[in-house]
Each structure stands twice: as C-alpha cells, then as structure tokens.
Design a protein around this ligand. Structure first.
Ligand code: GNR
Ligand code: NI
Length: 168
C-alpha cells in the first residue's frame, strides 16, 4: 500500500476529463487500495482518481463513522435523480475552504465494482452529495466552480495565504 499525492486547486491537471476504465484488473485494484489509504489518512470521505493525477473514471468513498464501509465506483453514471439538497462541502484538493453547494437529493447510480461486476445503488444525504462531488472531479470540475467568480477569487487568495503561512 502507498499513500498518493493529492493535487491541489488551481492545478490545471484537476481540469482533465477522465476517460472510461477499459479493464478492471489487479493494477486498478492496487490503485483503489492506495486511494483508500490516501483518503483515510487525509482524512476524507471520498477521493476521485483525478485528484491523484490518474485520469480514469473511478472513485472511492466511505461516509461511515466507523470507516469500515468502503465503496468503490468504476465508470459511474447517475441514471436517475430527484429533489434538491444543500450541503456545506469541503475538498481535499481545496484544503480549509468550505461552502454550500446545491446537489440532487436522491440519486440512482450505476457502476462497476472492483471485480468488474455491474451494480446499482440508491443514495441520499451525504452519500449522494459525495458521489456527485467525486463525479464532478472526473469531469474536471471542483465545488468552487459553483461559487461566484468573486468568491472563487477569494478562495484562491485564501489558499495562497495559507500556503505562504505554511512555507514560512
Ligand atoms: O472529505 C470530503 N468531505 C466532503 C464533505 C462534504 C461534501 C463533499 C466532501 S468530499 C471530500 C473529499 C474530497 O475532496 N473528495 O473529492
Ligand atoms: Ni473533492
């Protein structure tokens, strides 16, 4: 197992649109394991491959309190959605920044699991938010894209300031 480096906003590599996974094999499973290790260490509740500079469509999630409910999604697709919810989001690629984002309240998601078997789940609440947040990463999007240009500029400045303070 290995901890991976998480790209940080505004790194242009976070803007890459990830390509479908063509083969679910041992190499992919190793990457998934490394992403779980990276996510738990951060700590976070989800991690998209894009964030570790792998531009393929898969992501890992664990929203449980006990950190023992690993979910992995390969080539995920939202096949149905209803309602709207607003949640304060954070992102491991945008450390220390939190903002309200509007998402679908309930979703149905189809994906492949780590053995390459198709499955479908219904999700609501935080799990639904997290799935949508990770799928945005696979499309090269981050949650601050939903903020106004002024707010986004403030985020960029705050991150710069945090980085200067950390380097000093
Ligand atoms: O750890 C994370 N917490 C979180 C909280 C609210 C909404 C979304 C998230 S996802 C985030 C991890 C991350 O950046 N995944 O891409
Ligand atoms: Ni994120």
């Amino acid at each position: 197992m290995a901890k991976l480096t998480i790209l940080e906003f505004p790194d242009p590599r976070l803007r890459t649109r990830a390509k479908p996974v063509e083969r679910v094999d041992a190499d992919l499973r190793r990457l998934i394991d490394d992403m779980f290790e990276t996510m738990y260490a951060a700590p976070g509740i989800g991690l998209a491959a894009s964030q570790v500079d792998v531009h393929l469509r898969f992501m890992v999630i664990d929203v449980s309190e006990t950190k023992d409910q690993q979910l992995d999604f390969i080539n995920p697709e939202i096949v149905a959605h209803e309602g709207v919810q607003t949640c304060q989001e954070g992102c491991l690629s945008i450390p220390g920044i939190y903002a309200d984002v509007k998402r679908h309240e309930r979703i149905a998601v189809r994906a492949l699991d780590r053995d390459g078997n198709p499955f479908e789940i219904q999700a609501d609440g935080l799990l639904a938010v997290c799935i949508q947040h990770e799928m945005d990463h696979l499309d090269g999007k981050v949650f601050v894209d939903y903020l106004s240009p002024l707010k986004r500029e403030q985020v960029r400045k705050k991150l710069d300031k945090q980085r200067r303070a950390a380097a000093a």
